[in-house]
Ligand binder design. Structure first.
Ligand SMILES: [Zn+2]
Length: 202
């Protein structure tokens, strides 16, 4: 995950377990820093609103923190229950925060797509549809277990166009279906929409 051999917090000699904002952090400091940032953003969200922040950096934090917490939670052999609970809290709070971010215009649109996962030992395909689309991704109904960080292929059933996407979050929608958020990797305007016009019409 990182090549640095020391935590970025001065006076800490621990081995880094994660990277936040390009800073290598040991497990303890990763948890501390993430908690602090989540608290700060929560304050902003309840007050002036996240639109008042540098949304780009909040979004980066949300992704980095959730992915790193997930990776540590899965790979660390010596986690105690409290640490595990804190990591899960970070994953949940970050995805909650991500849901409040409106980084680009979104459009309610039902576009038929096929999702394909080539994950080792768990390949699947699903014909489904989008619930919301944005310039950078979509919210999609998905019955399969897609986890944050997974890579999927998204194929538009109408045009056959394919893009690689990363699962940003997964959550039960409260109905029968589960929804996932996907973000395209290196693909601009997959939906062929005029986003300036979408923004104007908000
Ligand atoms: Zn440290």
């Amino acid at each position: 995950m990182t090549t640095a051999n020391k935590c970025a917090i001065s006076s800490c000699e621990q081995t880094p377990a994660a990277t936040l904002d390009s800073q290598p952090l040991c497990r303890e400091h990763f948890i501390l820093v993430s908690y602090k940032r989540l608290d700060q953003y929560e304050e902003v969200r309840k007050g002036p609103g996240l639109a008042a922040t540098d949304t780009e950096s909040v979004r980066r934090f949300v992704h980095e923190a959730a992915r790193a917490a997930d990776a540590i939670e899965h790979t660390a052999q010596d986690l105690d229950n409290l640490e595990r609970a804190k990591l899960l809290h970070i994953i949940l709070s970050a995805s909650e925060l991500g849901r409040h971010l409106r980084r680009s215009p979104r459009k309610v649109a039902t576009i038929p797509v096929r999702l394909c996962s080539e994950k080792l030992g768990g390949t699947w395909e699903e014909e489904t549809e989008t619930v919301l689309v944005s310039r950078y991704g979509a919210m999609v109904r998905c019955k399969h277990p897609a986890k944050a960080g997974d890579t999927l292929s998204v194929v538009r059933s109408d045009t056959g166009q394919t893009a690689t996407a990363r699962v940003a979050w997964q959550r039960p929608s409260g109905e029968e279906d589960v929804r996932i958020g996907v973000e395209f990797v290196g693909c601009e305007n997959f939906w062929d929409l005029d986003w300036a016009a979408v923004e104007d019409s908000r």
